[in-house]
Design a protein around this ligand. Structure first.
Ligand code: SAM
Length: 193
């Protein structure tokens, strides 16, 4: 795992931060997850952590082919590849396919394009089983989501989307959501019915 971390750092690939990773593993372990869905594989760091935290299967989505190939290599090195289904494609497209196939998951880790969370959400809810856990990373986006100041242009639309997504989570009576101000911020939602 340390080597994957180093590889990510050297190639400027963002991976889940340390305290968030600990919590992610804790929630996955407590849930005894059997069917995990991850949006944003990168090179397989968080996916490997999740697999090591339970005995479930991981379905994971990454649009960048180079990263996806690295992820396969890393899963293989860790002897985890047999428990992985990796889709190399746009997440929204794959999510729609999984939904139409009637797939369901008891643990979802959302860590793809931050500006897309809100668009993925209705599908993710359909994919999530009752009592299933939805863990969303980077909900504070470098502190910008809570900032009252002017948002730099390159982050503006992402921040706006995340703010709307947070409101959606708060208002959703079918989900019980807790927001954590740890690292870059994350939320953990449980589907109530
Ligand atoms: C923060 S990284 C994932 C890190 C990984 N979860 C970890 O902690 O090891 C986000 C990943 O999502 C991928 N991504 C971004 N937009 C995507 C999309 N529309 N469809 C699929 N993957 C996407 C990026 O290529 C990137 O590798």
């Amino acid at each position: 795992m340390e080597e994957i971390k180093k590889e990510a750092r050297q190639n400027y690939i963002p991976i889940v931060r340390e305290e968030t990773a600990k919590k992610l593993c804790e929630f996955c372990r407590d849930k005894k997850a059997k069917r995990i869905l991850e949006i944003g594989t990168a090179i397989g760091y968080s996916g490997s952590l999740l697999l090591k935290s339970c005995d479930g299967h991981l379905t994971t989505i990454e649009k960048d082919e180079t990263r996806a190939n690295k992820a396969i290599e890393n899963f293989r090195r860790l002897n985890l590849l047999g428990r992985v289904t990796l889709y190399v494609d746009d997440a929204l497209k794959v999510l729609k396919e999984l939904e139409s196939q009637g797939q369901t998951y008891d643990f979802i880790f959302l860590d793809g394009a931050k500006g897309q969370y809100k668009n993925y959400y209705p599908i993710l809810k359909n994919l999530l089983e009752k009592d299933g856990v939805l863990f969303c990373d980077n909900m504070n986006l470098l502190g910008l989501v809570k900032s009252e100041g002017k948002i730099p242009h390159k982050h503006r639309s992402m921040v706006e989307h995340l703010r709307q997504f947070i409101e959606t989570l708060k208002e959703d009576k079918n989900m019980s959501t807790t927001f954590y101000d740890i690292d870059d911020g994350f939320s953990v939602s449980v589907k109530l019915n």
